[in-house]
Structures are given as C-alpha cells and as structure tokens.
Design a binder for this molecule. Structure first.
Ligand code: ZN
Length: 383
C-alpha cells in the first residue's frame, strides 16, 4: 500500500515533512494523534474535533472489542488508528509499582520482583482474567477485531516489556513479537495499513535487532513501543531509526509531552499519540505558550482574559474568558459542567495540533532546531 510521501527533510536534523494518505483524508506529518480510547472523544462532536485541526485519532482495540461489530469509529473525514490491545492485556500482569507504562513517569521500584502470574503468555497469544472472565487475545484475533473496528491504520500485536524486565526476558519477548508480526501480516485487514512494532526495551543490541527484523517485513509503517524516561527517548530512537526503511512512516507510541514532541520529530518520527491534550483538559490544565495553567484555581474565577490571546482555537476565538470557563466547571448542573469541559478540550487539542502545524512550517524553512529552542524556552518559563 503506497500511502506515505516524504516532501522534505530538514537540513539540520532527522526531522521530515510528509503526507500520509488514508481513505478518510490526508494527514500532514509530523502529526499529533489524539487518543479516543472508546472510539470517541467525550463531550465533542466530530465537527468539534475537526475545528481543533485534529488529523488523526487512535482508539483502543481492547476497549472496543465488545462493540467491534458495530463499526464504532465514526469521525467523518478524520483518519483513524487502532492499537492492537496487546499493551492492555500484557500490562494486566503488573502492579502499579512495576507497570509497563507506555511512558514511565516515575522510577520503577527495583525491589519489586516482576512476576507475570496474572496472565499466561503462549506462542499464540495471551490468556488473562478480566472482570472475572478468562479471556484470550493474540495476533490473529487482534487483526480480526481491528478489521471490524475499521480504522485506516492498525498496529501489530506485540509483546511489550517492563523496564524491570531482564535482558534475557526482553530477548525472549522479541522472538514472540517477531512471530506475532508475521501472523499479523498474514491476517491483515482489507483496505487497512498495518504497522509493525519495534520493541527491545532499553537494550541497544535488542532494539537494533528488532528494527532490522521488523523493518524488513512488508509492513506499511512502523510503531516504536516501550517504556522509557524522557532522557531515554532520543537515545532509543537514534538506535532504531537508521535501521527502518526511510520511505515508510514511523509512529512513536504513547509519547506526547511538549518536550518529547520535539525529541521525537528531531529524530525522524512522523506521528505519535498521547492522552495529554485530552486528559489534562479534563483536569482543567490548559496549555499556553508560557506553560500550563490550572483553570480550577480560585484565582481564575475573576480573570476576564481568554486562555491565550493569540490562540485561534474555537474557545479563545469566541472570546470566552477564563472566568466563564471557571464558572462552568464549578457549576453543579451537569450540562453546564460539560460545556466547560468541551471548551477546555477544544483549546488543548487545538494547541497541540497548532504546535505541530508550526513545527511543520519550521521544517519547511530548515528552522526546526531554532523553533524548538524558542518554543521550549518560552514554554518552560512558566507563569
Ligand atoms: Zn484557545
């Protein structure tokens, strides 16, 4: 499937501009991918979403499994992705202390022994208990469910590991990821692009091995999975990217903080997904060029300014003030509260999508590194 075209490469980094074509539209890359776990973004209609410059939405196979027959992905002209469900199933094995988060925020507790006694992994997939039921999910079934859900881009079922896993365990997991990748290719859905996933934890030789192996398979693009701290992202990408085919798109799974976006793009990533824009909006944390504000703080109930004067989002361009949003969020009437949530979501999603638009412009002018420095200096200055 020919779906990706590289338009320009940055002179001073590995950043690149591209166009990803799907049945639902054109995605200009680098692009943020907004997370709609259950096949929707709560409080927003498809036309609301379109107004936030959203180009791509990723939904969750594990959460849509039961309703997959109903074709739950309806986002109009916005392109969609689904993950394989592997992450949810495999992370059921872990407690909070040693979880295999897509992105590690804390330090793993080295004294916690990593056991996987809650799940059983076989060469065909994973047996697990969920809501008192014994269930199974593997590569073949994941592909079938993902075909029913009907996203434009789907991901292979892979074996994610935890940062606490040993070298030997990661090596073994890679063998399964490779085996499952081949099964996924065999059962690829019609009219869907399939991305293979590179794993290998924080081990250089395993990452390279995985990139070489997955990279030579006939995938339409590649996902990079795993758990790492911020500092490790660039390092891991520098190991992997040279071994992936240049002409195919690359997606970084579960990464999307402002600083991480720049690291990813600088190292040649085309798309990445993260819950940050939506989750932070739901907690009242709103993004501005100078950092974030917590709109729920008392101070904002008297603040007549818009969230950010230079912002062109549907909320700020209608001149809805911080005090108005604050009042809606405090309103006990559900409908009013929902209105407030919607305004916050639209602002944050627009903020991230607009930042990516600016990043694309900076790459076009070979000014990406300059733009990165300027944006991060401003953003980290805070209020
Ligand atoms: Zn705004």
């Amino acid at each position: 499937m020919h779906m990706f075209t590289i338009i320009k490469k940055d002179r001073n980094s590995k950043a690149r501009l591209g166009v990803l074509k799907t049945a639902h539209g054109i995605v200009k890359t680098p692009s943020y991918v907004i997370v709609g776990t259950y096949g929707q973004i709560r409080y927003l209609s498809p036309s609301d979403i379109k107004k936030t410059k959203t180009q791509l939405i990723i939904a969750n196979t594990f959460h849509l499994w039961k309703v997959a027959n109903k074709k739950p992905l309806k986002f109009g002209k916005i392109s969609t992705m689904t993950d394989s469900g592997g992450f949810q199933v495999l992370s059921l094995a872990f407690s909070d202390k040693n979880k295999a988060g897509k992105f590690m925020t804390g330090t793993p507790d080295a004294n916690t022994k990593l056991k996987r006694d809650k799940i059983k992994i076989t060469s065909n997939g994973v047996y697990f208990a969920f809501n008192g039921k014994r269930l199974f999910l593997g590569p073949e079934l994941s592909m079938k469910i993902q075909e029913k859900i009907g996203a434009d881009i789907v991901f292979a079922f892979d074996h994610i590991t935890s940062p606490l896993d040993t070298y030997a365990y990661n090596k073994k997991a890679l063998e399964l990821t490779d085996k499952w990748a081949k099964i996924c290719l065999k059962h690829k859905g019609k009219n869907q692009a399939l991305f293979g996933i590179v794993q290998g934890g924080l081990f250089k030789d395993l990452r390279i091995k995985s990139a070489k192996s997955i990279g030579t398979m006939t995938f339409d693009g590649f996902g990079i999975g795993g758990s790492y701290t911020k500092k490790q992202i660039a390092k891991v990408l520098k190991w992997i990217i040279p071994h992936l085919p240049e002409e195919k798109p690359r997606h970084l799974l579960g990464v999307g903080k402002i600083e991480d976006i720049f690291e990813a793009v600088e190292n040649g990533i085309d798309t990445f997904d993260c819950v940050i824009p939506t989750r932070e909006a739901r907690h009242g944390r709103l993004y501005t060029k100078k950092g974030t504000i917590d709109i729920r703080r008392g101070y904002f109930s008297k603040d007549k300014k818009v969230i950010e004067p230079s912002c062109g989002c549907p909320t700020c361009s209608k001149k809805i003030s911080r005090s108005q949003i604050s009042a809606l969020l405090k309103n006990p009437i559900r409908k009013q509260n929902t209105k407030g949530q919607r305004l916050c979501l639209m602002h944050n999603m627009w903020f991230f999508n607009n930042l990516l638009e600016k990043i694309r412009k900076s790459i076009a002018k070979n000014r990406f590194i300059e733009f990165k420095k300027k944006t991060l200096t401003n953003f980290l200055s805070q209020y």
